[in-house]
Design a protein around this ligand. Sequence first.
Ligand code: DC
Length: 216
Amino acid sequence: MRVIAIDGPAGAGKSTIGRALAARLGLEYLDTGAMYRAVTFAALGSDVALDDSAAVGALARALRLEVGERGVFVDGVDATRAIRTAEITGAVSVVAANSEVRAEMRSRQQAWAAARGGGVIEGRDIGSVVFPDAELKLYLTASPRTRAERRVAEAGGDVDEIERAIATRDHYDSNRRDSPLVRADGSIVVDTTGMDVDQVLAYIEGLMAGKDQPAQ
Ligand code: DC
């Protein structure tokens, strides 16, 4: 299996870089954040309370979930846009802290990669928990201001407000018990502050080329 793991906080450029890297390497790309968002979307659309971890876990296990090039489908419903709303973004950290949900998503992510011989997989715990033996583990980050500015450039909004919302979510994602956002052992930190997409890609390709060199 050829797995490239990309972790890091919100707005660090993981999706943009992950998609581009996958295309260049001829691998498929998986956005695992979209999976947690999809479970959140399904839970909010049901009569299950978000803090009822057993019920949300059962809902996650029963969910038909497609996350791919065509978009995100939840039990056959196109939720590609709906999973990006502020409502979902505000609620997703609670669902992502649910160990039953995480166990289910982790096994789906591992099955996804096994079926394809690997892939470029993006999230918070990919290099630390889901694929600790990944060929390359990247921890993408950028200053909070830069990350907020990128979000504003993509989707609009007030930069101060978005910076605060990102900080709250990162704090929650980094401090949960199960599979928190951490710099995985063996990961390479790439601070993308002040770098554009091409510069980040060139840097990562340089890292990969270096890895291919025989040890001296
Ligand atoms: O990358 P994103 O913003 O779409 O992720 C949505 C949420 O899902 C994020 O707040 C943390 C969570 N997440 C996670 O806990 N583990 C992952 N592998 C990916 C995302």
